[in-house]
Design a protein around this ligand. Sequence first.
Ligand SMILES: Cc1ncc(C[n+]2csc(CCOP(=O)(O)OP(=O)(O)O)c2C)c(N)n1
Ligand SMILES: CC(=O)[C@@H](O)[C@H](O)COP(=O)(O)O
Ligand SMILES: [Mg+2]
Length: 594
Amino acid sequence: MDVPGDATRLRDMSTEEAHRFAGRLREFLIDGVCATGGHLGPNLGVVELTIALHRVFDSPADTLLFDTGHQAYVHKILTGRAAGFARLRQTGGLSGYPSRRESPHDHIENSHASTALSYADGIAKGRHLRGESGRAVVAVIGDGALTGGMAWEALNNIAAAPSRPVIVVLNDNGRSYAPTVGGLAEHLAALGEGASGNVFADLGLAYLGPVDGHDIAACEDALRAARDLARPVVVHCRTEKGRGYAPARGDDAELMHAVGVLDPATGTGLPAAPTWTDVFAEELVALGEAREDIVAITAAMPGPTGTALFGARFPGRFFDVGIAEQHAVTSAAGLAMAGLHPVVAIYSTFLSRAFDQVLMDVALHRLPVTFVLDRAGITGPDGPSHHGMWDPALLACVPGLRLAAPRDATRLRELLREAAAIGDGPTALRFPKAAAGADVPAVARIGELDVLHRGRRMPLDVLIVSYGALAPVCLAAAAILEARGIGVTVVDPRWSLPVDPGLAGLAARHRYAVTVTDASRAGGPGGALARACADAAVRTPVRELGLPGAFIEHGPRPELLAGAGLSAEAIASRVLADLDTGIEPVRAGDGVSA
Ligand SMILES: Cc1ncc(C[n+]2csc(CCOP(=O)(O)OP(=O)(O)O)c2C)c(N)n1
Ligand SMILES: CC(=O)[C@@H](O)[C@H](O)COP(=O)(O)O
Ligand SMILES: [Mg+2]
């Protein structure tokens, strides 16, 4: 695609030429994203708006921020990265979000929504303090991201800083994945249509709009007016998600918000095997049939979390609260106080945002809320701010919370029921973004934990403690070790928090124990087991295998897991090396495990 390497040529275009260019850019997006997967709908909706932004503002001298960043493909194309789209979201390829390493035009790498206005507030204040406030600070935020409370914390401060003006560009396409919920959505829709008030003006912000976000000249006029106002201002642009691509505007419920590889001619994708989310979605409906106290909550992600099925079946017991995870959790606490059993379906990575609410609004009151953490562990193409790798460490701090990691679909159903039956405190389940795969049967049950494989020799050499979906990998590692004459037992605790009381005793009957989890090692279940062994004066050394304490770049899930040493071969090699060299057992009171 012939794309101006910089915005100079873009600015020299007439409006008509710019619209023709927008058409070519749209075709480039459709062909490129259908070939790689990614956020097709959101980016088709901001083609003209982003062209107008780069014709009016001089990035990177002027700062352009994108909230969530999933809609920054056009920005990337206009800043010299069109060629990189052939490897979008692939190992070593272009990130699907802004990337500071890729370009000085990029600033926010975090794909968690509702943050851009706070960055803008801080940057504007910083520039003012350093006497550099001559340039514009522009933040593009979607109507969905604007349902996040943090955005309003920022607007409150931006409005109070007239000498450090921020230009807020509201990209209002009326949706997150699904139509944006709540009173704000209705208010935005009424603006310009005789609305009784204007929330932005009431906060003290200037308001320009609504503007047709697909009319380049109208966008440019509004953006120039905003720039010349020199005071905090909201430019309200109305756009269409998926614009210009019929399959995205057709029967697709989410207007192709996030797609896999598609046939560009039809917009159809490859058939996918049932996922963990599909299993959860069905079981939640079955649970809802059996128990009328079960209610479900999502933070603007009914489709991706699978709760849409429950919502269709029980519309009165289903709540989409918008991109408002903190509210979701504490509203769930309220529902539990009212005698219901809420199931909060939330990606692992987004739970981080509501940690205080889990700790102080749910657990402190010992409320029966069940958190279903989808996309736990390595997710893959969405990169470091999407891997769900910190929930075990965070939740290990929560008194009274029980965390389960099902190893397969049958255990997911089983553990969801067990969690829903617990009435004296919070529970959580975690599973990955992956096909659900074949069941992994147990050969025995010891208390709450499943024995997946018994070693052939006594005294047994190695105990592998497998958490969650990596059980097949652990069994394959056991086979490699047994081929080397090493006896191995593989167990799955099912509930990783609190530590199963039988695990330390089981470890005592082995020379060595290794824990395997698709989560950050730091604060993971392995450390808890090591300390439990130390406290029980069990001298068996415990090796913890998991994800490193680092931000892991985007790439295919299997490749990233292998890169973190979570393949059968890598686990077996680690065990063999430890057996050769020996590792010290954790001593009682030693907070650090091997
Ligand atoms: C804190 C948080 N929760 C959920 C998500 C998942 N998510 C990604 S994009 C999106 C919808 C964003 O809607 P909007 O801001 O209106 O942008 P649009 O896609 O419509 O351009 C959601 C819910 C997220 N990125 N961050
Ligand atoms: C941008 C965002 O947070 C989501 O749209 C993210 O892309 C999740 O994608 P999956 O639902 O495919 O995991
Ligand atoms: Mg939107």
